[in-house]
Design a protein around this ligand. Structure first.
Ligand code: NAD
Ligand code: UGA
Length: 468
């Protein structure tokens, strides 16, 4: 029954479950935290003696070093993890469905359901079950039905929704000092008691005025809404970037001026080659699907446009590259700097870089890629998936993965900044210029370069959202 939480289990040792529960363990030395996963190699990496962890996230290693083996454990023994815990986070993946009803839009809830059924099957005492994964509205209801229909006598389950708002690349800072923690529960005495128990866990390091408690459905919908509104800002600014290019306005200046209005605010208004990441597109499509299921086609169309604008931005950028290189890039060498979907992560899910490279391959260009964090196997995997019409051997004939930005730019006709890695600001541009074919084209898809300096060296520079 809900009371003080002393043992936590987290099902899913991914980008969310790993960092989130490692931080809980660090901040709550009196709680034992066990993170379980069915993926043996992932768990092995979390347990690696040299701390070669399965995900790259600044500050994560220090957190894991601080508590692994003390009150933080990683294991593939899912059943034992469930049985020993009073509180269980379900933090498994919820990708967009690839086939069946709602394919291309709806969230695939198979992993959430399997994890829930496992809890029902093996639990022999009462548990608080916390939905951490991002899910469509009312999923907690389905989880509750599954748990209650399968539970043993004397086992009661209280379901909470506690969506995660961390961003990759800043996960540890976000977890240490969250803007808010959101907990949704049923408004029954038992639901509220479970909510209090989880609140007490976070209250070990988060001030209580930042812990928001709401109803279950509001909590679930707030997560989709937050991601949809964040992505909408980017699509809005990217839509304006097209107008800037056509008129000679400068999107950085426009965004700065607009963001100065305290009602809009300055953050998250950076024009780009398009947003990526595992969640924005997935969660908006999920919201679109939800709206359609609720017979709200105008609402669905509204949110769908945020994703369509993002696709348009990526297409528009590839086309600018081709147009600028005299309408053909066939046989030309293009250096793509950055493969991750944003800086400070090795994650490539939905990275705009993948779409760009696919477009360049379709134009039969040669591509040299450099990214400081993404493993080479991951790049090959992503390109093979993005180009199902090309066998991997032929992709490998056109694509080279390089050990440095300088290597990638050697003999290149054009250089594309696809990820805003800090080191790309500090490249030796004189050396790059000397080694590139002329005219040497630079395309800044992230608005990070000193354009005047590059032009002085001799580069032909194109920047998103800047007219010539
Ligand atoms: P992930 O793919 O990195 O990790 C999920 C893990 O769950 C995998 O390691 C998988 O093996 C494991 N798993 C799946 N089914 C299992 C089962 N039945 N038993 C045990 N383990 C199982 O995913 P993620 O990026 O951590 O995302 C998890 C959820 O959090 C998603 O719903 C996502 O939308 C949400 N979210 C992600 C982020 C982010 O930045 N990545 C931020 C906020 C919310
Ligand atoms: C995003 C949200 O920021 C998190 O709050 C949320 O928890 C998470 O999704 C999730 O649910 O998964 P994340 O995708 O990790 O986090 O990273 P963001 O910093 O949001 O960046 C997403 C994409 O938008 C990146 O490709 C980034 O380069 C791009 N972006 C971001 C822009 O193009 N312009 C901006 O101004 C900001």
């Amino acid at each position: 029954a809900p009371g003080k939480v002393s043992k936590i289990c987290c099902i899913g040792a991914g980008y969310v479950g790993g960092p989130t529960c490692a931080v809980i363990a660090l901040k709550c030395p009196h709680i034992t935290v066990t993170i379980v996963d069915v993926n043996q190699s992932r768990i092995d990496a979390w347990n690696d003696k040299d701390f070669k962890l399965p995900i790259y996230e600044p500050g994560l290693e220090d957190v894991v070093r601080g508590c692994r083996g003390r009150n933080l454990f990683f294991s593939t023994d899912v059943d034992k993890g469930i049985q020993e815990a009073d509180l269980i986070f379900v933090s498994v993946n919820t990708p967009t469905k690839k086939s069946g009803v709602g394919a291309g839009f709806a969230a695939d809830l198979n992993y959430v359901e399997l994890a829930t059924r496992r809890i029902a099957a093996v639990a022999n005492s009462s548990k608080i079950v916390v939905e951490k994964s991002t899910v469509p509205c009312r999923t907690a209801e389905s989880m509750r039905t599954i748990l209650e229909s399968n539970s043993k006598p004397n086992c009661r389950f209280d379901i909470l929704s506690n969506p995660e708002f961390l961003a990759e690349g800043t996960a540890i800072g976000d977890l240490f000092k969250p803007d808010r923690v959101l907990i949704g529960s049923l408004q029954t005495p038992e639901g509220k008691a479970a909510c209090d128990a989880l609140t007490e866990v976070y209250a070990n390091w988060v001030s209580k005025d930042r812990i928001l408690t709401v109803g279950l459905w509001s909590s679930e919908l707030s997560k989709l809404a937050a991601n949809a509104m964040l992505a909408q800002r980017i699509s809005s600014v990217n839509a304006l970037s097209a107008i800037c290019e056509a008129t000679g306005a400068n999107i950085d200046e426009v965004a700065h001026a607009v963001g100065f209005d305290s009602r809009v605010g300055p953050k998250f208004l950076k024009a780009s080659v398009g947003f990526g990441g595992s969640c924005f597109q997935k969660d908006i499509l999920n919201l679109v699907y939800l709206s359609e299921s609720l017979h709200l086609p105008e609402v669905a169309a509204y949110w769908r446009q945020v994703v369509e604008m993002n696709e348009y931005q990526k297409r528009r950028f590839s086309k600018t590259v081709v147009d600028t290189l005299f309408n053909t890039i066939t046989g030309k060498h293009i250096a793509v700097l950055g493969f991750a979907f944003k800086a400070d992560t090795g994650d490539t899910r939905e990275s705009a870089s993948i779409t760009l490279i696919r477009d360049f391959l379709n134009e039969r260009a040669n591509i040299k890629i450099y990214d400081p964090q993404v493993p080479h196997e991951q790049i090959w995997f992503d390109l093979a998936e993005a180009c199902p019409n090309l066998p991997l051997e032929s992709i490998k004939k056109s694509v080279t993965i390089c050990p440095s930005a300088l290597d990638a730019c050697n003999q290149a006709d054009a250089l594309v900044i696809a990820t805003e890695w800090k080191e790309f600001k500090e490249i030796d541009w004189e050396a790059v210029y000397t080694n590139m074919n002329k005219p040497a084209f630079v395309f800044d898809g992230r608005l990070i370069l000193d354009v005047e300096k590059l032009k002085k060296i001799g580069f032909k520079v194109t920047v998103i959202g800047r007219g010539n």
